[in-house]
Design a protein around this ligand. Structure first.
Ligand SMILES: Nc1ncnc2c1ncn2[C@@H]1O[C@H](COP(=O)(O)OP(=O)(O)O)[C@@H](O)[C@H]1O
Ligand SMILES: [Mg+2]
Length: 273
């Protein structure tokens, strides 16, 4: 199993005792498999993904296990976690502008990991950065490689974010609301690229979104979260067509009618909008 999370709980100290932001959640993601995590804002999706790359905010208390190919990463030292990030697990964030370094060209940011982790030479790292920019289908990569983030559109910046996440050839990609900040056409292009990468590179993908439409088109299995808890989990099609939990039915009913039709299944009773 690429990733197995067993009974993960994450809590922060609160005035009246610990506040559980993730409460006894278990998931499994096989090699080449994609898992969607969906739920309203504040349901603990980002905390779950940050725990998986060892980047929880200070003060967080965890229990349970996060097994990356059988090895528990909870309790690893910062040094050990550092070598996992990028190399084993690549992460893509919601807002590429904040994830990117504004003072560095796209090419240098992509090449940096190769130079630091692999000791790749400057010219070779640049050639690889160019190849990756092409892979994420940036228009005119030979020019974009020397562009700064502020010179690019949101969609181009997110492509650079994906190129950075892929540079060290991780086995698992975690994308936390990767298209939420983008308009609909660009969103589709980014999801197409992610789908293609999962298929071509055999990547495992955790795709986090509050948008069921995004989850429906790009994932094999879906976990629905509500207030830190797993509400239901199963093959995406089954979860969306025949949701078992009232919470999932409410999420579906809250979608605009046309989006709801796109999920398939019989959701006609959800009320027109
Ligand atoms: N540093 C922190 N300390 C305490 N609670 C936090 C911290 N960061 C986030 N939270 C809380 O954790 C909960 C889950 O947040 P998050 O995982 O970001 O939700 P989601 O990504 O599903 O929108 C929220 O209630 C949020 O207020
Ligand atoms: Mg979040």
């Amino acid at each position: 199993m690429m990733l197995a999370i067993r009974n993960l709980s994450i809590a922060f100290p609160g005035r009246d005792g610990p506040v559980h932001v993730v409460d006894d959640v278990s998931i499994e993601v096989g090699r080449g498999e994609s898992l969607g995590i969906v739920g309203e804002s504040g349901s603990g999706k980002s905390m779950l993904s940050l725990a998986t790359i060892g980047l929880l905010p200070g003060g967080a208390r965890t229990s349970g296990e996060i097994l990356l190919e059988g090895k528990n990463i909870l309790g690893l030292s910062e040094r050990e976690l550092c070598s996992l990030r990028g190399r084993r697990i690549g992460m893509i964030f919601q807002e590429p502008m904040t994830a990117l370094n504004p003072a560095m060209t796209a090419g240098r940011q992509i090449a940096e990991g190769l130079r630091l982790h692999r000791g790749t030479g400057r010219a070779e790292a640049r050639a690889e950065a160019l190849r990756l920019l092409d892979r994420v289908r940036i228009p005119d990569p030979a020019r974009r490689i020397d562009s700064y983030p502020h010179e690019m559109s949101g969609g181009q910046r997110q492509r650079v974010g994906i190129a950075i996440a892929l540079a060290l050839k991780p086995d698992l990609l975690i994308a936390d609301e990767p298209t939420t900040a983008l308009d609909v056409t660009v969103q589709k292009e980014i999801l197409d690229i992610l789908d293609e990468l999962v298929a071509d590179l055999g990547l495992s993908l955790i795709l986090i979104s509050h948008d069921l439409g995004v989850i429906a088109r790009s994932t094999d299995r879906t976990l629905v979260m509500c207030r830190g808890r797993a509400v239901e989990e199963g093959p995406t099609e089954a979860v969306l067509r025949r949701p078992a939990a009232q919470y999932t039915r409410d999420l579906i009913a809250a979608l605009p009618r046309r989006a709801r039709a796109g999920l398939g299944g019989n959701h006609a009773a959800g009320g027109a909008r």
